[in-house]
Design a protein around this ligand. Structure first.
Ligand code: FES
Length: 104
């Protein structure tokens, strides 16, 4: 399936993703600018912070308590549709997701 990443300068990157990997893994593998994944996916760094559209946010399972805390305490510029990319598991159900790399 595919995910579209919108980088901070507005560049749209369509990435072929593997079901089972995380949004952060897909983004770092594709070299998406601004997706770093510094902590390796353990909810500590928020260098995988992305904004979803309202529709996409609603069709995913909601963030768990650990992710919510990490967003609140670690991520700058948190928005209602913020997610940590390392906590979003990609599957057939997420095909066509469009995410925007969060502000630094
Ligand atoms: Fe560090 Fe997601 S990779 S919080």
């Amino acid at each position: 399936s595919q995910v579209t990443f919108i980088e901070r300068d507005g560049t749209r990157r369509i990435v072929e993703v593997v079901n089972g990997e995380s949004l952060m893994q897909a983004g770092t593998r594709a070299g998406v600018d601004g997706i770093i994944g510094e902590c390796g996916g353990s909810c500590m760094c928020a260098t995988c912070h992305v904004y979803l559209t309202d529709e996409d946010f609603a069709r995913l399972d909601p963030p768990d308590a650990m992710e919510q805390d990490a967003l609140e305490f670690t991520a700058s510029h948190q928005r209602p549709t913020s997610r940590l990319g390392c906590q979003v598991k990609l599957s057939a159900a997420t095909d066509g997701l469009t995410v925007t790399v969060a502000e630094a």
